[in-house]
Design a protein around this ligand. Sequence first.
Ligand code: DGT
Ligand code: CA
Ligand code: CA
Ligand code: ZN
Length: 585
Amino acid sequence: MKPSNKLSKILLEFSIYHTIKGDSFKPRAYEMASESVAALGNEIKQTWQSGGIKALKDLPGIGESIAEKIDEFYRTGKIKTYAKIKKEFPVDMYELSQIEGLGPKHIAELWKYLKVKNINDLKKALANNKLKDLPRWGKKSQDKIARQLKLYEQSSKRMLLGHILPIADDMVDNLSQINDVKRCTYAGSIRRREETCGDIDLIATSNHPQKVINAFCNLPQVKSVHEKGKTKASVRLHMGIDADIRVVKDEVYGATLQYFTGNKRHNVLLRQHAQKKGFTLSEYGLFKLKRSDIGRKTSDVGRNLVACKTEEQIYSKLGMDTPPPELRIGEDELEAAKKHKLPKLLPYGSIRGDLQVQSNWSDGSASIEELARAAKKQRLDYIAITDHTKSLTIAGGLDEKRLARQGKEIDKLNKKLRSFKILKGTECDILKDGKLDLSDTALAKLDFVGISVHSQFGLSEKDQTTRVIKAMSNPHVHCLFHPTCRLIGKREAIKLNMDEIIAAAKKYHVLLEINSMPERMDLNDRWVRAAINAKVKLVINTDAHSPDHFTLLQLGESTARRGWATKKDILNTKSAEQLLSWLNK
Ligand code: DGT
Ligand code: CA
Ligand code: CA
Ligand code: ZN
């Protein structure tokens, strides 16, 4: 996960530095701490304030020596050993590591031979063709880094929803605590739950807008102020993106929220519809036009105001239901709203079990029991343990023997945990020829068989589609995990004929996954909707590799909602018993 604040960035740099130094244990510890800090947001500082080092140590992924460093950071504003590292190695390791394919060893070599400190230096080195002449690099590596840099730059102006949401939530929390603020929320692409967002758009209501603007510009997340007016402001955050705020009177909250939620196309279409019905719509409200008003400025027709308090009032005066923000993309949602045919979207918090979870039997960070307890805390009723299989050697994949041993441990845990159920599963690799990485006998013993592509990403569409469908046709298979394998901003989707994949899912009774990892969100909204239209069932999983990942389920739920999913389309909204009986059909 991308760090959502300075501390988490520092911890990630520690991890990279220790990798370069060849340390075997510290890199993973720091990486986990970095993820943990990012996921906790405001909570980490509160934990430190209330319980110091001792309380920090109780957080997932944070041990003694890292807790001491966090304590030092909050007490003194810096970490001495970090300053030392930066002196020896003055490289923006965090920034460079965001480029896929640029590992710690590469970062060290780029510094050693070319004095590359950051992405700007890297760009210059690439422009001068310098990388190919480094020992062990060559033209192929140079071209690959150039391609990845381009992908990174296209995406870096936008941030992943899963990374921006905690920051937006923190800012809203901070502002809501001010006495002069009546209501505060985010709008724009975050409220629509787009998979990436360009900036944070906040709305607050107050009778003292100037106070709110001052507080906004002084939030701890703010690095510098672009623009500060009486009722609006725009700032740059430490995380490298902007935030805007608009402060209005509480009476016009609905109109302002509607306008700033967008998207632009949705607003344009809605305004055209309003005009046809003899209204005008703005961020201040919906106004009825009298004949004498036509041609006058919107600001002059205030006496004809018909709705502004809530979004529902506005849409209803326009003769339609209110489309949930996730559907407001300016396609067919307004037509459906007029005909009262909007779907009853999957409510947030509907998922009862997570069906893709990796434990420390392969590349996860926690034991099966720790994962089960964390899932239970997140109000889940069951999880499937789906560790990788043997061909993924770097992830410590399981062979048939270890899988059988794991099954015995799960039996024991199920007796111990009682009210919570752990299903025996796998994330079985799809081999190049479409065969699976485990024997049919081993697969037959599992409750839940997920299959994934983790290699051969470059096959042609025809070969890739044939390969995946062959794997789906195995009668033991229940679910295709992260079907397109894309990593937003890092790796393109594999070439698949998705219509054929969806048809195969229907034919072979295979579930398609909506993977909730911020950079995956795979399937995406478009393919979710196509799958639902084809009557294919889906599941929403986190792909958890640590106990704090279960909170990511809400991201998969947003994607499902953007794909018009209702509760009945998503199979893991059912109880474990109902799910198992569906799987065994
Ligand atoms: P982003 O920031 O690129 O992820 O996407 P948005 O949708 O958050 O876009 P942003 O931040 O430029 O504007 C927020 C909302 O404000 C947008 O969704 C709709 C509204 N808005 C902004 N500019 C215009 C405009 O020129 N016309 C209309 N109708 N609405 C606008
Ligand atoms: Ca925005
Ligand atoms: Ca904006
Ligand atoms: Zn996977």
